[in-house]
Design a protein around this ligand. Structure first.
Ligand code: SF4
Length: 399
C-alpha cells in the first residue's frame, strides 16, 4: 500500500475527517506504547521518499531539505490525511521554500548581533525589561516548514553546548531585573530527562528567589510527539513550580487521543497550559477550522493564548495570509463562541518590536462623554464616561 494511493487529493482541508485508525496503524503502531526516543530515532529523514513510495516528490524534498532540514516522526506522519493537506503542508518540504526571495532569516532580531542590548549571550534574547527568551535546544520532533527559526533549527553545528548554557544562566544571575525566563528552542523537550532536570534546577535556583519569579516553557511536543510527555518528565517539571507551558497546535487533526493524554498529564501536574497557533495559508485560514481547533483545545484544558500572523521569514512566505484574514477569523470567534476559545491575535513586529495585538473595529467613537461600541452582531452600544471632576472626594463623603 502506498501513501500516494491512500491519501485523497480531492477534498479541501475544511472537509477532512480525522485519519481512520486503519490508515494510522499503517504508519504507526498505536498498540505498542512506543518510547519517545524510539520514535525520534525512527523519524523519517531523507529516506522518506523511498520508504513511503514518494518517488514523485523525492527530488523536490531532497533539494529543499539540503537547505532547510526535514524530520518527521512516525506519529506526526500518521496524521497526514491527504497530499498537500494541512498536516502535509506543515511537515513536507516544498520547493517554494527555496524559491522564496522575500523576508529575512531573522525577522524578529533574535540573534545577539541584532539585539538592542550589548553583551547578551548567544542563547539569550533580552528584549523586555523583566523577561528573557532562553534557547536551550536546536532540535525538534518535527521541523515545521513555516518555522521562524528555520535559519537554525535542525542544524547540529548550532546545537547549544553546556558552556553556552552556563553563560546564559550567568547572564540571568547577573541581571536581577529578570523574573521570567522563557525556555524554548528548537524544542526544550528534545533534551533528555536528566539534562533538562539539571538545566531547570539551575534556572530555578535563581528565579525562585526573585519577586514573582516564573519559568515558562515553549514546546510543540504535546502536539507533534505527545509520547514524550511521560510521568518522569512531569515529576521533573513539578519540582520547579511555578511553571507555565505554551504549546503549539495549528489544526484540529492534531487533536488526538495521544495529544489529549499528554496535555492532561501536564495540567494534572499543576502546569497551566496555553497554546500559540500560527495563521497559515492552506492550513488553518478558515473560520470553521479555527473554531474547531480552539474549542478542541479548551476541551483538553489548553487555553488558546496567541493567534500569530505568520512572520515574514525567508522560506515561509507562501504560508502568509492577508492580515485581514486574521481579523475576520477573530471577529468570527469573539462572541460566537466562549471567550475562553478566543486567542489574542498578534503580529510579532518585524525588527524586534515585540508582539502587538490587533482587534477589529469595535470602538466607533471615544470622547469625554461616552464610548460608542459595536458588538459581535454589529449592533451599537453606548457606555457613559465617568466625569472625574464631579466625583465627590472621599473626605466629602465622610463629612
Ligand atoms: S517545533 Fe517550533 S522551533 Fe521546532 S520547527 Fe516547529 S515551530 Fe520551529
Amino acid at each position: 500500500m502506498s501513501i500516494v494511493k491512500s491519501l485523497s487529493t480531492s477534498k479541501d482541508s475544511s472537509e477532512e475527517e480525522p485519519p481512520d485508525q486503519k490508515q494510522r496503524d499503517f504508519y504507526f503502531d498505536f498498540n505498542k506504547d512506543k518510547d519517545w526516543k524510539e520514535l525520534v530515532k525512527s523519524r523519517t529523514m531523507i529516506n522518506l521518499p523511498k520508504d513511503y513510495n514518494f518517488e514523485r516528490f523525492a527530488e523536490e524534498i531532497k533539494k529543499v531539505s539540503k537547505v532547510y532540514p526535514m524530520n518527521i516522526n512516525p506519529y506526526y506522519f500518521s496524521l497526514i490525511k491527504k497530499i498537500d493537506g494541512p498536516i502535509w503542508k506543515q511537515c513536507i518540504p516544498s520547493i517554494k521554500e527555496i524559491e522564496d526571495n522575500f523576508g529575512e532569516e531573522d525577522p524578529l532580531n533574535e540573534e545577539s548581533e541584532n539585539q538592542i542590548r550589548e553583551n547578551v549571550p548567544s542563547l539569550i534574547t533580552h528584549r523586555y525589561p523583566d523577561r528573557v527568551l532562553f534557547l536551550v535546544s536546536n532540535k525538534c520532533a518535527m521541523y515545521c516548514r513555516f518555522c521562524t527559526r528555520k535559519r537554525k533549527v535542525g542544524d547540529d553545528r548550532k546545537n547549544p553546548k553546556w558552556e553556552e548554557i552556563q553563560k546564559a544562566i550567568g547572564y540571568i544571575k547577573n541581571h536581577e531585573e529578570i523574573r521570567d525566563v522563557l525556555i524554548s528552542g528548537g524544542d526544550p523537550f528534545m533534551l533528555g530527562d536528566s539534562y533538562l532536570d539539571k538545566l531547570l534546577k539551575r534556572v530555578y535556583e535563581i528565579i525562585h528567589y526573585r519577586k514573582n519569579g516564573i519559568i515558562r516553557i515553549g514546546t510543540r511536543i504535546p502536539c507533534v510527539l505527545p509520547q514524550r510527555i511521560t510521568p518522569n518528565l512531569c515529576n521533573i517539571l513539578k519540582k520547579y513550580h511555578p511553571i507555565y507551558l505554551n504549546t503549539h497546535f495549528n489544526h484540529p487533526l492534531e487533536i488526538t487521543e495521544e495529544s489529549r493524554k499528554a496535555c492532561g498529564m501536564l495540567v494534572d501536574s499543576g502546569i497551566p497550559v496555553g497554546n500559540q497557533t500560527v495563521l497559515l495559508r492552506g492550513v488553518n485560514d478558515d473560520i470553521e477550522v479555527m473554531k474547531e481547533l480552539m474549542q478542541g483545545l479548551v476541551s483538553m484544558r489548553v487555553r488558546p493564548y496567541y493567534l500569530y500572523q505568520c512572520d515574514p521569514v525567508k522560506g515561509a512566505n507562501h504560508f502568509r495570509t492577508d492580515v485581514r484574514k486574521g481579523l475576520e477569523i477573530y471577529k468570527a470567534l469573539r462572541g460566537h463562541t466562549s471567550g475562553l476559545c478566543v486567542p489574542t491575535f498578534v503580529i510579532d513586529s518585524p525588527g524586534g518590536g515585540g508582539k502587538i495585538p490587533l482587534l477589529p473595529e469595535y470602538v466607533l467613537e471615544l470622547n469625554d462623554k461616552e464610548i460608542i461600541l459595536k458588538n459581535y452582531e454589529g449592533k451599537e452600544f453606548r457606555y457613559p464616561q465617568i466625569n472625574l471632576n464631579q466625583t465627590p472626594k472621599s473626605s466629602e463623603i465622610l463629612n
